[in-house]
Design a protein around this ligand. Sequence first.
Ligand SMILES: [Zn+2]
Length: 87
Amino acid sequence: MSQLDVRSKGAIDIVASGQLASRVEVGNGFELVPCQSTEGAFYVVSDDSCTCPDHRYRSAVCKHMLALRIQKMLDAAAANRKEEPAF
Ligand SMILES: [Zn+2]
């Protein structure tokens, strides 16, 4: 089995930290994702853009974008579970 790359691991660390559960939506599909290296700093992130250096200078799908995508999938799954009838 291959190892996760650095960005995938970073994204999972962000999601696992729970920080995105209380993320702030700023409109037009953009949300604030906390910066991991500077406390109190945030990046403005959407599905295909981020204000962090990794994305701006390298056009990478950075860990913040990946983390936001993963969190949205988890949120959608949780919403679906709530709609299932109790038994
Ligand atoms: Zn980023």
